[in-house]
Ligand binder design. Structure first.
Ligand SMILES: [Zn+2]
Length: 466
């Protein structure tokens, strides 16, 4: 998420915004690491395929229908259960008898559900039968989404509805075990494997519905439209609904850009975003590998000050002011989080520092003195590679300064150490080697070390990349 393109004043404002969101409680932070460890790089269940059909009410506040997800067991041992993450429940937890949770699952098939855990953001389903290594199975469930009454990435503002992190997705288990980390309430804690989505949304024709993937529309029942979105090789799926104004354009590099904005969004900011988005998606394609998702949806509003901006595959929510929006930063996330996935809870720098680095390259911002400008380390324990749990446990004030400022500056320093051509080649290779996969800090350090004869050990130590 986020932007730092307006310089220091906006950074201070953003840091204050981050500090204003309530933190997770200690009990939310206890991860479950109960699974016997498979080999290091094995992540399961993988190759998920989601089939979703939802029907909206009159104003897009409620969506009900069914979700089916099939998956492969890529581990060497039978898979006995899967964990589904209901991230949309993070802010409000399990709800109350009069006000149920925002994401509700029922009539589970393909297995037996446990009670929800981790603040109702995790649902374990014991599979009907153990799934052999290499075999596929599916679970399905009825799904009911209630868009929360707040301006948020899963929330509403005026007549507009935003459904980011609303759709349940499969969790990952790997050498560290099951990943049942909490959403700490700032930044991202998500970790999913790339898969395919086919999402059919039946909604009133009066609602414009931007969505991840490539979308086709056909008439439904009287006054309704059925929008079908296909998204391949993505880790998540998001959409919005409301009386958006729209414009379609194509970048010089041939990427279809669909822009959507609310009536209150300032015209100057829309115009600036419509310059930055096509230019940055093309530039990052040249730098890191061609944008693979066919089309890119920009959803702009001047009212996102409560959360900033947010990236989803092929779909970005952009807080848009007269000066513009953080389009370049959020579009850079299409590569760093989207194409090259990471465990955002364990290693938030692998998406945020890299997106910010790419953003600074796009704007040709001077970075020669960035290490000094970032100031002294905020604490002895601060390090660029700290997990979200570290920041959530009383170190939240360090998050932006370390992950965004120092993290991106460390990458500029690395560019100066390797030389710009070697850095460009290295990053292209790093993206290619982890294309629609998952990378770790160790993977990145290996890629960087392979690009130079210098020993990068002292570089990692000095920059606290561990
Ligand atoms: Zn970001």
């Amino acid at each position: 998420m986020m932007s730092l393109r307006y310089g220091k004043a906006a950074l201070v404002a953003f840091a204050a915004l981050l500090l204003a969101v309530p933190q997770a409680t200690a009990q939310d932070r206890a991860p479950d690491r109960g699974l016997s460890a498979p080999a290091a790089a094995i992540r399961t269940p993988d190759r998920p395929a989601y089939q979703v059909a939802l029907r909206a009410d009159a104003d897009g506040s409620h969506w009900t229908g069914r979700e089916t997800v099939s998956f492969r067991n890529s581990a060497r041992t039978p898979l006995r259960s899967v964990d589904v993450r209901l991230w949309g429940n993070a802010p409000d937890g399990c709800g109350t008898p009069g006000k149920p949770s925002a994401v509700r699952v029922s009539r589970v098939r393909g297995g037996t559900p446990h009670p929800r855990t981790v603040g109702c953001t995790a649902l374990r389903i014991d599979l009907t039968a153990p799934l052999a290594p290499g075999a596929r199975a599916a679970v399905s469930f009825d799904l009911a989404l209630t868009v929360p009454d707040r301006t948020a990435r899963f929330g509403r503002e005026g007549a507009h509805r935003y459904l980011g992190n609303a759709l349940p997705v499969l969790s990952v288990r790997d050498a560290q075990g099951r990943h049942l980390d909490p959403d700490v309430g700032f930044g991202e804690s998500y970790y999913t494997l790339a898969g395919d989505f086919r999402v059919v949304l039946d909604h009133p024709t009066a609602l414009v519905v931007p969505a991840s993937g490539t979308t086709t529309r056909r008439p439904g029942a009287a006054g309704r439209t059925v929008s079908t979105s296909i998204a391949r090789g993505v880790r998540d799926f998001a959409w919005a609904a409301g009386p958006f104004r729209t414009k379609r354009l194509t970048s010089p590099g041939g990427i279809r850009v669909n822009a959507y904005w609310t009536a209150g969004t300032p015209a100057a900011g829309i115009a600036q975003t419509l310059k930055d988005a096509p230019a940055s998606v093309d530039e990052f394609g040249r730098r890191f590998g061609r944008y693979p998702y066919g089309e890119l949806d920009l959803v702009m509003s001047d009212r996102f000050d409560t959360f900033g901006s947010m990236e989803y595959p092929g779909f970005v929510l952009l807080w848009t002011l007269p000066e513009g929006s953080p389009a370049a930063h959020e579009i850079a996330h299409q590569w760093f989080y989207g194409i090259v996935g990471n465990d955002e809870y364990a290693a938030p720098w692998l998406d945020e520092s890299f997106a910010q680095y790419a953003n600074e390259l796009y704007y040709r911002l001077p970075t020669e003195t960035c290490w000094k400008d970032a100031g002294i380390w905020p604490s002895d324990t601060a390090a660029i590679t700290r997990p979200m749990g570290y920041y959530a446990a009383g170190r939240r004030s360090e998050y932006v300064q370390v992950v965004y400022l120092r993290g991106s500056c460390a990458l500029h320093d690395l560019r100066r150490t390797l030389g710009a051509p070697a850095m460009e080649r290295m990053l292209r290779g790093y993206v290619r080697d982890h294309w629609q996969g998952v990378a770790t800090t160790a993977d990145f350090k290996r890629a960087a070390q392979a690009a130079t004869t210098k020993d990068l050990g002292p570089f990692w130590t000095r920059h606290r990349i561990r």
